[in-house]
Every structure is written in structure tokens, then in C-alpha cells.
Design a protein around this ligand. Structure first.
Ligand code: UD1
Length: 443
């Protein structure tokens, strides 16, 4: 069902917020749990819709995950009889492609429909296929499905043309049970790749060098150690609260983070003029002065994360002066620009470059979330805007943020959500501010 979020802007965020476990790490680890020979416990798992969907997929394949408490899952994998995941389940999230590697390693065969996910670009899988083929898998594409088979996987040297997160994770998982040694060169260095490697090593895998651009995996016969593993904190959720704090000139302490993972954003926000203090596992964000425009280029980790680009664009749209954003990861990740324009922003998009001419303020409007992070960006824009912003397709936000509006409300924001199709009026007066009269200029 289509959900809406209504935001009344103008209040500085104040207080403390704790981030949940990392969506992208949890998804990869849940796919990797298919390899486990013993019952395992995974902690700090965010109960968000993407996680619920991947749980449905692995359950369909034969795994037995069950929630023990809010963020604690146990997973047992008694036997995997089923080799094919149904399109209806898989289409809901792209991360289901991360089952290719572990299913191949565990069962020698899998058939997965090409997955769905956010509408942010073509997102091919050639690098996944190249790596798995190098390990000895046969891959066929037929009727929108990938059919992968391997009687035996053998370690190999794989050079990735681009450090793809998903391809690195898939190859790493397949290589765990391959015969001999695998080298992944130009591997992705994202913290979520390291988290997956640590989890697999806990199960008994022999993975070395995760977090660098060469990962070495020595294949083992089985991964049969019982494990109790904690997922890392979500750096994108933490980053989203940092930008929200800066956007509202607030004062927010973010707890339960790994500051190092968010360094590229911290540096950018400091360049804008925000004050950020790093503790061991906290970040204190304050914004007392006029902010400056900045230029942003998204890059693979440790570069500026593409998953924070939309939120930062929302903030920059109301900083007078010119900011330039270059999106190097996805070719279709500026869709939020046309929604921000409905709120009064002046953003020109030319291919992979967005030129943001900051305006003095944004105005509330009816907007539509084009994808998960863009949805969060629109909430941030709503928090900065004068009047009320109504964001439709807000269910996309719940793919990635646990208790988003609850956590924001805890910081003093006026945010409410519902499944309504009728307009909802948040606290205070019924506003007609720009509800239907904003000139629309779609890209
Ligand atoms: C992961 C994250 C996503 C994040 C992205 C980049 C998960 C579940 N999702 O996505 O939130 O935005 O990393 O940090 O972890 N590509 C190819 N061929 C391939 C694979 C990728 O051309 O075989 C391209 C993609 O189209 C994209 C770029 O490489 O343009 C990055 O993709 P990749 O690093 O693989 O991202 P995902 O693992 O899909």
C-alpha cells in the first residue's frame, strides 16, 4: 500500500538518536547465512522491509530464520531443497542477487529472476557473472532469470573492472567453499564487505584482506561453527541524521556509530560550516553559522557515498551560492531534483552533474519519493521548509530506515506517517501552503 509522510518544517532537531544495524550489511549477512552448517545468531539486525523481504526469500529456499527479539535473529539451515526463488519475492529487492554466490557454493545450482530494487540506474550484473564464471560456474540468462550451475567451484584470480560491492560479496561467498585459493583484485572496500567477511570468518571461512582492494579467500570444506554475530551500525542512517541536524540548524548526538565509516560525509559537512565532534561511538553535530555551498563527487568507499548524495542535495538546495554534485556511481540518481524543485529549489541536471543554485528557503509541497534515499532527502527538505510537505510513496523509506519518523519525532520534528491516500494534516493548523500550486518542472 502506498504510504505518506507529512512533515511540518521549521523546528531545529535537538537531542540524541541511536542508529540501527546496517541494512546493506544485514542483507549480505542474511544471504551468507545460507552457507552456515550450524544454527547462528545475528544481532543488531534492523527490522525494515528490505530485511523482511530477504528473510522471506531465504525462508522459501529452506532456511529457518526466526526473530528472538526486536533486533536478534536466529537462523538455521537444515537442508536446502529448493533451488529457485520466485519472481514475486525477488523483485522486491536487488540484494536478492546476493544469493547467487552462496547458493552455488552450498547447492551447486540456483535459478534467480533478475532482481528489482531502487530505480536508480541500469545496475547490470556482469561483474558478478564474470567472477562466478571464473570460479567455474556456468551461467545462463533465460526468460529474465539467471540460472547458475557448478559441479565444483575452484578458486581463481578475479579482477573486477569496477569495485562493485555486490560482485565482491557474491564472489567472496562463493569462494568460501571453493577448492583452493581465490584472489579478488580491485575489490570493493565498503565497511559492509568487511562486515560480511568477518561474519563468514566467524563461521569458519578463511578470508583475508577485506577492506583493502585485494581479498584472498582460502576455500574450506564447510562453514560449521556456531556463531553469534553483531551487524555494524548503519552509516547511511547515521549520515541521514547528521544532514537532518545540519539542515535544521539543530544539535544532535548520534549514538552507536562508527565515526570512521562516515568520514567522507563528516568532512563535507565541516566544509559547509557545520561543527562535528567525534567520540568513540558517537557523533555530535551542531550548526550555528551560515553554511557555505560545496561540491560533491560520489565515489566508491572511502569516497563520498552515493547513498548520501540525495540528502546532501536537499541541504545544499537552501544554501545560497552554487554547489555542484557529480554522481559517478549511478546514472539515474538525480530524480529527487525535480521533487525538490516543487519545493522551490533551483537545480539543473545535465547527465551526471547537478548544479544547485541555493535559494534562501524551501516551501512545503506535495512530492513523491522516487527511491529510498531520495525519500529520506525529501523528509530532510520538509524539515527545512516553510509549511507542510506531504511525501507520497513513503513506503520506500521504510525499506532502509527503522522507525524513521519515530526517531525524528524523538528529536523534536513534526513528522507523521500513515497509509492514507487522503491528505493528512500534521500538528497545528491546516495548511494550504503550496499544496497544489507549485509549478512543476520535471526532468
Ligand atoms: C550496494 C548497496 C547500495 C549502494 C551501492 C554503491 C547493497 C544491498 N546495496 O549496491 O546501497 O548504493 O552498493 O555503494 O549493498 N555495476 C556494474 N556491473 C556489475 C555490478 C555493478 O556495472 O556487475 C555497476 C552498477 O550498475 C552501479 C555501480 O556498478 O553503477 C555500483 O554497483 P555496486 O557497487 O555493485 O552496488 P550494489 O552492490 O548493487
Amino acid at each position: 500500500m502506498e504510504k505518506k509522510v507529512v512533515v511540518c518544517g521549521g523546528r531545529p532537531l535537538k537531542g540524541r538518536v541511536r542508529v540501527s544495524g546496517a541494512k546493506n550489511a544485514a542483507l549480505a549477512i542474511l544471504c551468507g547465512s545460507i552457507l552456515a552448517g550450524e544454527k547462528i545468531i545475528i544481532e543488531n539486525v534492523p527490522n525494515i522491509s528490505d530485511v523482511q523481504h530477504i528473510i522471506q526469500v531465504i525462508t522459501y529456499l529452506g532456511a529457518r530464520p526466526s526473530w528472538r527479539r526486536e533486533d536478534l535473529l536466529s537462523v538455521a539451515v537444515p537442508a536446502l531443497e529448493v533451488r529457485e526463488a520466485p519472481y514475486e519475492l525477488v523483485k522486491k529487492l536487488r540484494a536478492s542477487n546476493l544469493l547467487l554466490g552462496p547458493m552455488l557454493a552450498r547447492c551447486g545450482e540456483v535459478r534467480i529472476p533478475l532482481p528489482g530494487g531502487c530505480n536508480i540506474g541500469a545496475r547490470p550484473m556482469d561483474l558478478h557473472f564474470k567472477g562466478l564464471s571464473a570460479l567455474g560456474a556456468q551461467l545462463n540468462l533465460e526468460k529474465g532469470c539467471v540460472w547458475a550451475r557448478a559441479r565444483r567451484l575452484r578458486g581463481a584470480q578475479v579482477y573486477l573492472d569496477y569495485p562493485s560491492v555486490g560482485a565482491t560479496e557474491n564472489i567472496m561467498m562463493a569462494a568460501c567453499l571453493a577448492e583452493g585459493q581465490t584472489l579478488i583484485e580491485n575489490a570493493a572496500k565498503e565497511p559492509e564487505v568487511v562486515d560480511l567477511a568477518n561474519f563468514l570468518n566467524g563461521l569458519g571461512a578463511r578470508i583475508f584482506g577485506a577492506g583493502t582492494d585485494v581479498i584472498r579467500i582460502e576455500g574450506v570444506k564447510e562453514l560449521a561453527r556456531p556463531v553469534h554475530y553483531g551487524v555494524i551500525p548503519d552509516r547511511v542512517e547515521a549520515g541521514t541524521f547528521m544532514v537532518a541536524a545540519v539542515a535544521t540548524c539543530g544539535e544532535v548526538q548520534i549514538d552507536g556509530v562508527i565515526p570512521r565509516h562516515i568520514q567522507p560525509l563528516t568532512a563535507k559537512l565541516r566544509e559547509m560550516g557545520a561543527q562535528i565532534t567525534e567520540g568513540e561511538d558517537t557523533l555530535y553535530v551542531q550548526c550555528r553559522q551560515e553554511l557555505r555551498p560545496v561540491n560533491v563527487k560520489t565515489m566508491p568507499y572511502p569516497g563520498f557515498p552515493t547513498d548520501m548524495q540525495s540528502q546532501v542535495m536537499a541541504r545544499l538546495s537552501a544554501i545560497p551560492g552554487t554547489s555542484v554534485i557529480v554522481e559517478n556511481i549511478y546514472e539515474n540518481r538525480f530524480q529527487v531534483a525535480s521533487e525538490l524543485r516543487r519545493m522551490g529549489a533551483r537545480i539543473k541536471v545535465e547527465g551526471r552533474v547537478a548544479i544547485v543554485e541555493g535559494v534562501p528557503r524551501l516551501f512545503g509541497a506535495q512530492v513523491r519519493a522516487p527511491d529510498l534515499r531520495a525519500g529520506a532527502a525529501l523528509v530532510i527538505a520538509g524539515l527545512m521548509a516553510e509549511g507542510e510537505t506531504e511525501i507520497s510513496r513513503a513506503e520506500l523509506i521504510y525499506r532502509g530506515y527503522k522507525d524513521f519518523e519515530k526517531k525524528l519525532a524523538g528529536l523534536g520534528a513534526n513528522v507523521i506517517s500513515g497509509a492514507d491516500t487522503e491528505p493528512v494534516f500534521a500538528f497545528g493548523e491546516k495548511s494550504d501552503t503550496n499544496r497544489r500550486n507549485i509549478p512543476t518542472h520535471r526532468e
